[in-house]
Unconditional design. Structure first.
Length: 190
């Protein structure tokens, strides 16, 4: 009987852990807005196989300012300068990987209090609210994942910044996005 209880407990635990599983593949674009709603930054994220991650930092008109490619499978991180067509290569550790994923995938501290449900970009989302150091964050997470589609940062009840997804596609991005583009030259890191 004790063995059966252990199996049931294990199944319940594993199903609970899998409910908030992070997706292995996606394309996710965000626009960052000031309190007046004016866009000041656009960021596009790509994840493939759970081990290849790319972030494109764009100006509001869509021109790339910087691109970071994280290859957990190779233990490497590349920072690309599209204007100069150069890149820097560094070793990637788990801390850098975790830090890169922040903002796209919610942490447990961002999920302090579930306050409701909504739909965003045609995806069902859970709404969470978190308080930290005088700031309140309200986040929309795609249900059963840790993917953030919208986030409002407030200070004393007033909006400081809005991060809003413009696209969320849970299919695998092209493999070429996770390689150094042709014509880029490697330069020494700082």
């Amino acid at each position: 009987m004790r063995f059966i209880r252990l199996i049931i407990a294990g199944l319940l635990l594993s199903s609970a852990l899998s409910l908030a599983a992070s997706p292995q593949d996606f394309t996710l674009g965000f626009v960052f807005k000031n309190p007046d709603g004016k866009a000041f930054r656009v960021v596009k994220h790509y994840l493939a196989n759970g081990v290849k991650y790319r972030v494109d930092y764009l100006d509001p008109d869509g021109a790339a300012n910087m691109i970071n490619i994280y290859r957990k499978d190779k233990g490497l991180y590349w920072s690309l300068d599209p204007g100069a067509k150069t890149y820097v290569e560094k070793k990637l550790d788990q801390t850098e990987w975790d830090y890169a994923m922040m903002g796209v995938l919610a942490t447990e501290t961002e999920k302090q209090k579930r306050t409701g449900e909504t739909r965003f970009l045609n995806h069902p989302c859970d709404i969470y609210e978190a308080e930290r150091s005088g700031f309140t964050t309200i986040s929309y997470l795609v249900q059963n994942t840790d993917v953030v589609l919208r986030s409002e940062l407030k200070e004393k009840g007033k909006i400081v910044q809005i991060m809003e997804a413009t696209v969320f596609d849970p299919s695998r991005p092209a493999a070429s996005l996770f390689e150094i583009p042709a014509g880029y030259k490697k330069v020494a890191g700082q």
